[in-house]
Design a protein around this ligand. Structure first.
Ligand SMILES: Cc1ncc(COP(=O)(O)O)c(C=O)c1O
Length: 397
């Protein structure tokens, strides 16, 4: 049977990770992999999460199955985190959320439910977007269309071209938006741009599908939710995929949520039953551990305060690395402007280096960056910033 299969090429980022691991140089730097690292270059369990884990050891009395929708307490707390505890949508009966295996699981479940509702709907994605959006969402059956998002020369969002294209999107199509900390560009929509897209959604009748995987890593927990909170207020329908991988550091625990806002409470009930049916067909139930930890952290005043303080530290560290790097390589022989790195948000930005420069960085200096020149700014720390800046300046000569 298997003789008909052809090998699938390894995701380039996995190849880069393997090459990094095999590199014996002690000053090597990994700016490829998309996880947060602290100033020691480590990705430790957050203290608040560790404390919740200690509590859970005592509290947990069974490993029996939980429901298809996951932990109800987690689902409610995630809604409050995403939309704010006082948001009018929460008591409208129009919103339903279930726990999913990570943000990736949320995206796929969301796509499958939309496919059931409207198989002819196309999905519009910004260029560029997180590369995995295409197989994850396209794999559910979506025909993918593109809208311009980021200009690599000006380092800005292509506002006019984006709005012009979105102004042509047919009613009933889906438009994928990044809630905050855009991956891979770090260029986030301004409030004004969010508002204009909501105007277009109302005018045209397309439905935003917001992927929010970095709430709290950009400007703050509330600030990073502007777009989805505003859209939940103004639009009749909305889909939100969210992840606790980054803001709770729960990567391997696969903790996420898919949230649907429907036009009426009756429709929302139907969507919820369809969502459970999709989940049942794909994986039956989400893993419990990560969601129980999130639930404990968000439900306990002290743990929550400690988590928020840790998240602030994460956010501020990334911002300070952004500033340091941009300042260190400001005056370079190639005349490339790096000031955008300071303004952009979250873990990622494009450096704008070409393939030869990236190859040279990897081979001569042990600095590992993916071929799009997207860097994870959290891979920079006070130990390697000097060497990294010098290495980049050398390849720009
Ligand atoms: C934009 C975006 N969406 C979703 C995800 C999915 O995260 P996970 O499935 O690890 O929760 C990621 C992870 O890198 C991401 O960058």
């Amino acid at each position: 049977m298997f003789e008909s299969l052809k090998p699938v090429a390894m995701d380039p980022i996995l190849g880069l990770m393997a090459a990094f691991r095999a590199d014996t140089r002690t000053n090597k730097i990994d700016l490829g992999v998309g996880v947060y690292m602290n100033d020691l270059g480590l990705t430790p369990v957050m203290t608040s999460v560790k404390e919740a884990e200690t509590q859970l050891m005592q509290l947990e009395t069974t490993k029996s199955y939980q429901g298809i929708a996951g932990d109800p307490d987690y689902n409610q707390r995630i809604l409050e985190l995403l939309f704010g505890a006082d948001h009018s949508i929460l008591n409208s009966g129009r919103i339903k959320s279930i726990q999913t295996p990570g943000g990736s699981g949320a995206l796929r479940v969301g796509a499958e439910v939309i496919q059931r509702a409207r198989p002819e709907a196309k999905l519009w994605v910004g260029v560029p977007t997180w590369p995995n959006h295409i197989p994850l969402l396209g794999g559910a059956g979506f025909e993918i269309e593109e809208y311009p998002y980021y200009n690599r020369d000006s380092h800005q969002i292509e506002t006019q071209a984006m709005l012009e294209t979105l102004g042509q999107v047919p009613a009933g199509d889906m438009v994928l938006l990044h809630g905050c900390c855009h991956n891979p560009t770090g260029a986030d929509l301004t409030h004004e741009q969010w508002d204009l897209i909501a105007d277009l959604a109302l005018e045209r009748g397309f439905i935003p599908f917001i992927d929010t995987a970095y709430q709290g890593l950009g400007d703050g927990l509330d600030e990073d939710a502007y777009g989805l909170r505003m859209m939940a207020e103004r639009l009749p329908e909305l889909v939100v995929a969210s992840s606790c991988s980054k803001n709770f550091g729960l990567y391997r625990e696969r903790t996420g949520s898919i949230t649907f806002i429907a036009d009426s409470a009756e429709q929302a009930d139907i969507v919820a039953s369809q969502t459970m049916s999709v989940a049942r067909q794909m994986y039956s139930m989400p893993p419990a551990h990560g969601a129980l930890l999130v639930s404990l952290v968000l439900g306990d005043q002290q743990l929550r305060a400690s988590w928020e303080a840790e998240l602030t530290e994460v956010r501020e560290r990334i911002q300070s690395m952004r500033s340091l790097l941009a300042d260190n390589i400001r005056n370079n022989a190639a005349g490339i402007d790096f000031s955008h790195i300071k303004q952009q948000k979250g873990m990622f930005s494009f450096l704008g280096l070409n393939t030869a420069q990236l190859d040279q960085l990897r081979e001569e200096y042990g600095v590992y960056i993916v071929s799009s020149s997207r860097v994870n700014l959290a891979g920079i720390n006070s130990n390697n910033i000097g060497y990294l800046s010098d290495s980049i300046l050398s390849v720009l000569k």
